[in-house]
Write a protein that binds this ligand. Structure first.
Ligand code: NDP
Length: 273
């Protein structure tokens, strides 16, 4: 029987998820359908109910519904519970199980696809929104030397330090207090969506540093341009993260993990600074 899957978000016309999942299905010889659903702000839960009634087995959730999906879920996997948001649901009878694969996808992209270990590194994470929260647990599991979390609203970074204290140390910081250099700087803010640069001081990129922008498909964002000017050696955007979180979802739903390399390659837009 064909497994029915979808992605829901608003707006959704730009989504690459159907393309990615159908490519995975082809390569793993799985019979699935995968559609994009434009979410409605006042009836997200009833849209999911309707999708399930028609035989939906799982759904990816993107902005602005990751919190609604978290509230819709009947059981939370640890990644979703810690992130306080979900980007993937699996339906099993009356149960709606929630996962959050964003942070796992990001970590896999950095450590495996880009072959840059976080272990022993000085890592700077910009932002304390949904994507940053999802990254904290998988980042801490990699045992960086230091994980510094900087956010415009400092109190949010402070709260995350407390929330994650059982899993490792997070150092919350204000932009104006940032000091020293970093091996890996990850922009998990939404500043680039407004073509803005977070207020980073000069001189934060170490020799050989990676600058990773979560936003994907936009080429050289202000953050990536700044990183290049400041001497970062490696620049990456979030296309690999997107494909890797999709691979995790596919694997959770279908029990088989697809290869991601060709799909990432096909979707990569060169970053020209
Ligand atoms: P949220 O809205 O949850 O969080 C936004 C964060 O950005 C907050 O910490 C906010 O700070 C900060 N911020 C916004 N504007 C600025 C600014 N001008 N200067 C400094 N900080 C700023 O967004 P998400 O976490 O959902 O998404 C963040 C980014 O990650 C987006 O670009 C999104 O497209 C990308 N993303 C990529 C994915 C992928 O698969 N590649 C998956 C998910 C997200 P404050 O708390 O002070 O408001």
């Amino acid at each position: 029987m064909t497994g029915q899957y979808a992605v829901i978000g608003r707006p959704i016309h730009h989504t690459k998820s159907p393309q990615i999942h159908l490519a995975f299905a082809k390569m793993t010889e799985q019979e699935i359908s995968y559609i994009a659903i434009e979410g409605k702000l006042d009836s997200f839960a009833s849209q999911l109910d309707e999708f399930r009634d028609k035989g939906g087995s799982g759904i990816n959730v993107t902005a602005p519904f990751k919190l609604d999906a978290y509230n819709y879920a009947t059981s939370l996997q640890r990644s979703a519970a810690l992130a306080g948001a979900t980007n993937c649901l699996k339906f099993d009878g009356n149960d709606a199980k929630a996962e959050n694969f964003d942070g796992i996808g990001l970590t896999h992209d950095i450590t495996v696809n880009l072959s840059i270990p976080l272990k022993g590194k000085r890592v700077l994470l910009l932002g304390a929104g949904g994507a940053a929260r999802g990254a904290l647990f998988p980042f801490l599991q990699e045992r960086p030397y230091e994980l510094v979390l900087v956010n415009r609203t400092f109190e949010k970074a402070m709260r995350l330090k407390e929330q994650f204290r059982d899993y490792g140390e997070i150092i919350p910081t204000r932009y104006e207090d940032l000091s020293g250099t970093f091996d890996i700087v990850v922009n998990a803010t939404s500043a680039s969506l407004q073509n803005l640069l977070p207020p980073l001081p000069p001189g934060i990129f170490r020799n050989g540093a990676l600058a990773y922008e979560l936003l994907y498909g936009k080429g050289a964002t202000p953050f990536l341009r700044y990183a290049k000017d400041q001497g970062a050696s490696f620049l990456a955007d979030g296309v690999g993260m997107l494909v890797e979180q999709a691979a995790e979802a596919f694997s959770w739903w279908r029990g088989i993990r697809p290869q991601t390399e060709a799909v990432i390659k096909a979707m990569t837009i060169p970053i020209e600074t």
